[in-house]
Design a protein around this ligand. Structure first.
Ligand SMILES: Cc1cc2nc3c(=O)[nH]c(=O)nc-3n(C[C@H](O)[C@H](O)[C@H](O)COP(=O)(O)O)c2cc1C
Length: 212
C-alpha cells in the first residue's frame, strides 16, 4: 500500500475535528453500541508510547455498584474542591457541571501499568512519568476518534484515585490516569463549556522561541 496523500480538504476536516472536539458532560441516554466502543478501543493501539510499551489499560465499567462508588468519590472530592475556592469564584464553581456520571451510557477508567515488560524499559529510565504520558496519548486518540463518530467524551479527574482503583479491583500495580464518560452529546458545541460558563477562556498557544 502506498502512503496516503493528505490534501487541503483533509487538513480542513482535521482542523474542524480538533476545533469541534469537546469535553462533554451532558449525554443522551441512547447506548453506545459495543462494536463502536471496540473499534475506538482498537484504535488506541495506534497511539505512540514510550519504548512502544503500550502501558495503557482501559477498564470499562458497567456494574452499577462500581459506578456508584466512583460517583461517591466525585461528590466528596467536588465538595472539598468547592470549599477550597476563593469566595469570588465559589458561586460560579458550584454552578459548574463537572461530570456526566449520572447520564453517560458508557464509562471507563484509564489506568497505566507503571513498569510494563513490553518496551523493555526503553525511554523511561530517567522519566518514569512517560508511561502516564503514553496513556494520555492513547486517550487523546480515542477522544478524537470518538468525536469523528459523533460521540462525546468527558474526563473526570475530581476523584480520589485510590478509591476508584479499589472500587474497580484492578491489579495492585496499576495507577489511575482518569475516569471517562462516553456517549451521544445532548448538544454539539464549538466553545468549551467552561468558557461558556465564564470560568476560563482558551488562549493562543504559548511558545518560547530560542533563536540563535
Ligand atoms: C487532564 C484533564 C482532566 C480533566 N478533568 C475534568 C474534570 O474533572 N471535570 C470536567 O468537567 N472537565 C475536566 N476536564 C476537561 C477540561 O475542563 C476541558 O478539556 C477544558 O475545559 C477545555 O474544554 P474542551 O475539552 O471542550 O476543549 C479535564 C481535562 C483534562 C485534559
Amino acid at each position: 500500500m502506498p502512503p496516503p496523500e493528505f490534501d487541503d480538504a483533509f487538513r480542513r476536516q482535521l482542523r474542524a475535528l480538533f476545533a469541534w472536539r469537546r469535553d462533554v458532560r451532558h449525554f443522551r441516554a441512547d447506548p453506545v453500541p459495543d462494536e463502536l466502543l471496540d473499534r475506538l478501543l482498537e484504535l488506541t493501539a495506534l497511539a505512540p508510547s514510550v519504548g512502544l510499551s503500550q502501558p495503557w489499560r482501559f477498564v470499562t465499567v458497567e456494574d452499577p455498584a462500581r459506578r456508584a462508588a466512583v460517583r461517591a468519590s466525585f461528590l466528596a472530592c467536588n465538595a472539598a474542591a468547592l470549599t477550597g475556592q476563593e469566595s469570588a469564584r465559589a458561586a460560579l464553581y458550584a454552578r459548574l457541571k463537572l461530570e456526566g456520571l449520572d447520564q453517560a451510557p458508557c464509562q471507563f477508567a484509564l489506568c497505566v501499568e507503571p513498569d510494563p515488560a513490553q518496551g523493555h524499559g526503553l525511554g523511561r529510565a530517567t522519566m518514569p512519568e512517560t508511561v502516564a504520558y503514553s496513556a494520555v496519548m492513547a486517550l487523546h486518540t480515542l477522544w478524537l476518534a470518538a468525536r469523528a463518530e459523533g460521540l462525546g467524551l468527558g474526563w473526570v479527574s475530581i476523584l480520589e484515585p485510590q478509591a476508584v482503583l479499589t472500587a474497580l479491583e484492578v491489579p495492585a500495580s496499576w495507577r489511575l490516569v482518569g475516569y471517562f464518560c462516553l456517549g451521544w452529546p445532548q448538544q454539539v458545541e464549538e466553545q468549551p463549556e467552561l468558557e461558556r460558563e465564564g470560568w476560563e477562556h482558551r488562549r493562543a498557544a504559548a511558545t518560547l522561541r530560542l533563536r540563535r
